[in-house]
Design a protein around this ligand. Structure first.
Ligand SMILES: [Zn+2]
Length: 251
């Protein structure tokens, strides 16, 4: 690290659990953020400010006025731009020290696998069950830790699915595929603006912990946030022996 980096990251380096070594690991890390909406914006901004060296951000959408109530990387000057362009602009303004890869597309199939293969951690900031399941399958297949977040109305959830650990569950252990319940989306259900900030920021925290190798991640636990009554609960999640996705994994 050069002098400017030592200054920029000094408040991280002061944390004895993180220190110079942890910060160096962050600088050498690559995070993939799928979705540049309510969760992806705060997650990507904190990964950028914290100095995660390479951040790939994927989203096929463009910024519109209904996004600005909660998607804090975008603003009125980026209306109509691809969300990844808008987010990357803000991330680099915050920290020109990092490298941002923009993928203005709905990541799927081999494109998704390729993007996950080069990442050290994946943040699922998408808002559809089909995407969540596909990202989970790819992370299990490639042995990459997945930080999952969701928010609708006043209810949020965060968890870490790290199937590099033998006993750790995957997303499908918690929500089996085919068990599809009604998809609830912000467009029809509404979402409390700061809630996506809380959940997205927690995702960034878990990703940074995984990358720097510190703390206890939410692996095997589901954190639920009820922003209406402001109650947080942590529930244990068990690996399902018959899970269609992770029961056949080789590790
Ligand atoms: Zn599973």
């Amino acid at each position: 690290m050069n002098d400017e980096q030592l200054l920029r990251y000094s408040r991280h380096i002061l944390l004895e659990e993180l220190g110079v070594d942890g910060q160096q690991r962050l600088l050498e890390s690559h995070a993939l953020v799928v979705g540049a909406g309510g969760l992806g914006c705060p997650a990507a901004l904190y990964l950028a400010s914290a100095g995660v060296g390479t951040i790939t951000i994927a989203d096929h959408d463009v910024v519109d006025l209904t996004n600005l109530q909660r998607q804090i990387a975008h603003d009125i000057t980026t209306l109509g731009l691809p969300k990844v362009r808008s987010a990357a602009r803000r991330m680099l303004a915050l920290n020109p020290d990092i490298h941002v890869v923009e993928l203005p597309e709905k990541l799927s199939g081999t494109r998704l696998l390729d993007a996950i293969a080069v990442a050290d951690v994946v943040l699922d900031c998408s808002d559809r069950f089909a995407a969540r399941h596909e990202i989970n399958r790819a992370c299990v297949q490639l042995g990459k830790p997945l930080v999952s977040g969701a928010a609708i109305r006043f209810d949020g959830q965060v968890s870490v699915f790290d199937t590099r650990q033998r006993q750790a569950p995957c997303y499908a252990c918690l929500y089996p595929q085919g068990d599809e319940f009604e998809e609830e989306r912000c467009a029809t259900m509404g979402v409390f603006a700061p809630l996506v900030g809380i959940v997205g920021t927690m995702q960034a925290a878990e990703a940074i912990k995984l990358l720097a190798g510190l703390g206890e991640p939410l692996t095997g636990r589901l954190l639920t946030i009820d922003a209406f009554g402001m109650n947080l609960m942590s529930l244990g999640i068990k690996r399902q022996a018959m899970c269609a996705v992770c029961s056949t994994r080789g590790h």
